[in-house]
Every structure is written in C-alpha cells, then in structure tokens.
Design a protein around this ligand. Structure first.
Ligand SMILES: [Zn+2]
Length: 130
C-alpha cells in the first residue's frame, strides 16, 4: 500500500507551507459555516480545499514551487512576528523582541523596566520596556 502511494505521488508536487495554510484556511471557513449556515462559506471552504488538493497532486512542480516561494516571501514578517509571540507564550520569565534593524529575535528578562537592548546580531541599540 505504501509503495502504491509512493508510486502515485512520484512526479507530483506534494505538500508545502502554502498547502498547509490553505488547508487550515479551509477548516476555519468550514467551521464558520457550521455556526453561520452560509452557503457562500460552504462553497468557499470547498474551493479552498479543492485548490489545496489540486496543488498537492499537480505535476507542474516549478509553478507550485514559485507559488510557495511567493507565499513565504509575502508572509515572512507575519510569520516572524508570530514566532516571536509564540516564544513569549512558552517562556514566561523572559520577553522576546524583534530587532527593528535586522529582525533578529532578542530575549530579555521580564520586569526590568525600560532597558536599552543591544542586538546580538547587528550590535545596534534600541529601547524597550521589559
Ligand atoms: Zn539587529
């Protein structure tokens, strides 16, 4: 069975970050549809779902790769900020800031008031309240 699936997927694009985002988006839209009972949301959810399935089984690997790279470039700042926020949730004793000059994530101890932070990557200074 595993070999059959591998043989079927040979030459096809498979899964990537954009597909994962599309599947998550389709699930969110379908969940909303459960509560709002909207036909438009149902169709939109199935369209997004279908788009992700089409991308997954597509044989145009170059085009799918370009789409994924465009998605990754457009969402770079957002994903970086979310990563900084998620680190802050996991680690309650420290705060995480993004360097305004080079976007390096910097960890500082909580509760020290207003401090001057030196970025370990670009060595420039910026002020934040910890
Ligand atoms: Zn920096």
């Amino acid at each position: 069975m595993r070999e059959k699936i591998q043989r079927f997927m040979m030459g096809r694009y498979g899964n990537d970050n954009l597909n994962q985002c599309l599947i998550l988006g389709a699930l969110v839209v379908m969940l909303l549809e459960l509560f709002l009972h909207s036909t438009v949301l149902m169709i939109l959810g199935y369209l997004i779902w279908g788009c992700s399935i089409y991308r997954m089984f597509s044989r145009k690997i170059d085009q799918r790769y370009q789409e994924n790279m465009l998605y990754l470039n457009k969402t770079k700042g957002l994903r970086h900020r979310f990563s900084c926020f998620a680190k802050g949730l996991q680690d309650r004793r420290n705060r995480y800031f993004t360097c305004p000059f080079c976007a390096q994530i910097v960890r500082v101890p909580k509760g020290r008031g207003k401090i001057e932070i030196t970025c370990p990557s670009c060595h420039r200074h910026f002020d934040r309240k910890s």
